[in-house]
Design a protein around this ligand. Structure first.
Ligand SMILES: [Fe+2]
Length: 411
């Protein structure tokens, strides 16, 4: 990727965004600024400027962003590294998000708009949330069903309709990836503000929760539990257990969602058992969602082992609890690999090599016997190989099939 500063921009970005904002304003005013009309209008304006926009290099964008002096919508937000507000109109704004390693969680939106990938590719997944059962005004349990999987490239545009009809996430393959969005301001919306929901889990074990406007004491609880667990883990568990009868299921769930990322296996099991015992059958589904959340979190910590966008694609595939056939199909359609099994094996082997010598317990650090078992699994072979008997390999295969994040390859 060319990251040298351009000698001169064909069009100054501020002028380009002014022109785009004028086009949005004009078309939207003609619909009496109906919120539901903005996604299509924004997408059409992005589409009309696709040529100029996709000609921008990362260096062009960075140079213009450093020079910007306008108001920023969410300068401190972790959504983007950083988010960049290019232009704020009365009822909408034009923003970019620069992405390094963070990808989004699964979420819907409290605003309307459309976005385009400017630099870099992203895995884009869409979901629907079925059979939702309300546990509190801001928490629902239900089934999160995947309905689309695609790779977005520079110039690809998708609309964002507000609400739970459009649930998605993005996993960025290039470092950096930059997106451009035209979106409404929820604070200027004529409708009652709708809070964005975040979704945790997959399939039947999933929950949706308001992700903005949370009270400060939730942050206090999380930070305190983290510190208590670090210095007095017994006290941390004791206090958590005593809160279980006092606090709502939602409050306990949020504490657990945070602390589960830091707990070692034994205390983790104790926390989860206590939570299930306190809140009954529905807590079992929530625990499954939390375990998947933790598994994804752990996997993403190791993205630093990725050397290129294809390694990143592999991480993006392994995080999803699908099956081997789906993973191989997606490799076939998104890479030029003529043999997806071999592509997958070689990628895992090279990432495993890079993991050697690193201070990690990650399962992907594969020894020779594990590599043979892995290759057999991917190619459908079962005969013994080299120095390893069929029993050795069956045992290796058993271990790998229970290791995060490789289980998906045994389904
Ligand atoms: Fe989004």
């Amino acid at each position: 990727m060319d990251v040298r500063p351009a000698d001169n921009l064909a069009v100054g970005l501020p002028a380009l965004f002014e022109s785009m904002a004028g086009a949005v304003e004009h078309a939207w005013a003609a619909t009496n600024r109906s919120p539901d009309d903005l996604p299509l209008i924004a997408a059409e304006v992005l589409d009309r400027h696709r040529t100029e926009l996709t000609r921008l290099s990362f260096a062009d964008i960075a140079e213009e962003a450093l020079a910007t002096r306008g108001p920023q919508l969410n300068a401190d937000s972790p959504f983007g590294n950083p988010p960049i507000t290019w232009l704020m109109a009365d009822h909408f704004c034009i923003e970019s998000y620069l992405w390094l390693e963070n990808s989004t969680g699964i979420h819907d939106h409290g605003f309307n708009g459309a976005w385009m990938n400017l630099v870099g590719n992203s895995i884009h997944r869409q979901f629907q949330f079925d059979g939702a059962e309300t546990l509190s005004p801001s928490l629902r349990v239900g089934s999160l069903i995947p309905i689309n999987w695609e790779i977005l490239e520079p110039g690809d545009i998708r609309q964002i309709p507000r609400g739970s009809e459009f649930i998605h996430d993005l996993f960025h393959l290039h470092r950096p990836t930059v997106t451009l969005i035209i979106r409404s301001f929820s604070k200027h919306s004529r409708d009652a503000p709708r809070l964005q929901q975040s979704y945790t889990g997959f399939g039947d074990c999933s929950f949706a929760r308001d992700s903005f406007g949370r009270p400060d004491w939730e942050v206090l609880q999380k930070r305190l539990m983290y510190s208590l667990d670090a210095v007095t883990p017994d006290l941390a568990f004791d206090l958590f257990s005593r809160r279980l009868g006092e606090d709502s299921l939602e409050t306990a769930l949020m504490m657990l969602k945070f602390i589960i990322l830091h707990l070692k296996p034994e205390p983790r099991a104790a926390y989860l058992r206590a939570f299930k015992a306190a809140y009954g059958p529905v807590a079992g589904r929530l625990v499954e969602a939390l375990l998947l959340y933790r598994q994804n979190y752990t996997l993403l910590l190791f993205r630093r082992l990725a050397e290129d966008p294809e390694d990143m694609l592999l991480f993006g595939l392994l995080r999803e609890p699908t099956d081997l056939t789906t993973v191989l199909e997606r490799i076939s359609t998104t890479t030029k690999a003529s043999n997806p099994e071999i592509w997958l094996f070689e990628r895992l082997r090279s990432i495993s090599d890079r993991a050697q010598g690193q201070d990690t317990e990650w399962a992907i650090r594969l020894d020779e016997a594990a590599l043979v078992a892995l290759r057999n699994q991917l190619t459908g072979r079962s005969e013994p190989s080299g120095d390893y008997s069929a029993e050795d390999l069956a045992l290796q295969s058993f271990f790998l099939s229970h290791q995060s994040p490789l289980q998906v390859l045994w389904k």
